[in-house]
Design a protein around this ligand. Structure first.
Ligand SMILES: *Cc1c(COP(=O)(O)O)cnc(C)c1O
Length: 363
């Protein structure tokens, strides 16, 4: 028998979360952001739940090919645009829309031989200082693109640095608005956090939710997934493969970092950092055993963790352990954000880090 670890991708939950994005987006069209292999879910595995979107946004050309191979004929957007002039041929062949964020990409387009003008999304750096033209240089880039026979419609796009936090989006929205006021074309500015927290300022023509589709709250811990009515789309579960009875003073795991203060039972669960469980998770990180919330104790090993069975006296060899997601025993939910916080990271990183060795099914 293989190790009892298993990831489950929940199609209904993906559909539910996409619907949640639609309700916030009103008439705006929805890009389902599926970069990083659909945030670790697997593009092919997430597809059924997300195919109700208006388009798929991602950044790896091989992933774009995989979306086309699934039979998707609608829009696909490359969020970072092309990396090399040859990529434009693939854009033509697969009918990919692509972001243009720098002069080098305009140079490549100008040199590209094609009969089929391409749809581009011209990116503004409205303050994040990652990709894009500054507001001062944006118009010149637009004018240059607009003069190219290789270019079809030009859409206008920017990305927020602080849609999830107190700094907010006002300055970026204003910079974008001022620099694009008299330019034609569709607009796209909202990520998940902007769409949920600032919908009326950010809907525009297209919204670009990623993390919310996967049931993690973009502004955790200010709000949690339940607050935004999001459902977990990935369950990572395993089973207990051993039990130890500890006497007071007994220690657990590498480095003996946990010490029992009273007699207690612990369970050994078949999951570790080689499965993508965060090694930085420490004593106290929540887990579900038989659907009951308890805590991890001691250090995360490569293939095992140890959990406190005090609140679950009925647990034994073979009992279900949920690392995040939903318990099949009683339907209880352990939000991935709670686990991420205990490990000093975000839900994004945990889902993206799900290891290849973990067998994954779609439910
Ligand atoms: C990743 C990404 C998104 C989605 O962000 P979330 O925070 O996951 O909603 C939107 N737009 C761009 C340009 C991105 O790179």
């Amino acid at each position: 028998m293989p190790r009892p670890i298993l990831a489950t991708i929940h199609t209904d939950a993906l559909r539910h979360n996409l619907d949640r994005a639609r309700r916030a987006a009103l008439d705006a069209r929805v890009w389902a952001v599926v970069k990083a292999n659909a945030y670790g879910h697997g593009i092919e595995r997430a597809y059924e739940g997300l195919r109700g979107a208006d388009g798929f946004a991602l950044l790896d050309l091989a992933e774009a090919e995989r979306v086309r191979a699934l039979g998707w004929r609608g829009p696909i957007l490359l969020l970072e645009g092309v990396f090399d002039a040859r990529d434009l041929e693939l854009c033509s062949r697969l009918d990919l829309w692509h972001t243009v964020h720098c002069d080098e990409q305009i140079d490549m387009l100008a040199a590209h031989k094609t009969q089929q003008p391409q749809r581009v999304f011209l990116k503004m750096n409205s303050g994040m200082n990652r990709l894009g033209f500054t507001p001062e240089r944006y118009r010149a880039a637009w004018t240059r693109l607009n003069a190219l026979p290789q270019v079809d419609e030009i859409s206008l796009v920017t990305h927020f640095s602080d849609a999830d936090g107190p700094r907010g989006i006002d300055a970026q929205v204003e910079a974008f608005r001022r620099a694009t006021e008299d330019l034609p074309g569709e607009r796209s500015i909202a990520n998940s956090a902007a769409l949920l927290r600032h919908p009326s300022d950010t809907r525009a023509d297209w919204v670009r939710p990623g993390i919310l589709l996967y049931g993690s709250a973009p502004d955790f811990p200010a709000h949690d997934a339940a607050h935004w009515q999001l459902q977990p789309t990935m369950t990572l579960a395993t089973r207990l493969i051993g039990i130890q009875e500890l006497a007071p003073g007994a220690r657990v795991g590498y480095g003996s970092s946990f010490e029992a203060e009273q007699p207690m039972r612990i369970g050994i669960a078949a999951v570790g950092y080689a499965d993508g469980y965060p090694r930085h998770a420490d004593t106290g990180t929540p887990v579900l055993v038989n659907g009951v919330r308890t805590r991890m104790v001691g250090r995360v090993s490569m293939d095992m963790i140890t959990v406190d069975l005090t609140p679950v006296p009925n647990a034994g060899f073979g009992s279900e352990v949920v690392l995040w997601g939903r318990s099949a025993v009683n339907g209880a939910v352990l939000p991935i954000d709670d686990v991420a916080r205990a490990a000093g990271t975000v839900g994004y990183e945990l889902m993206c880090a799900l290891a290849l060795r973990v067998p994954t099914i779609v439910a």
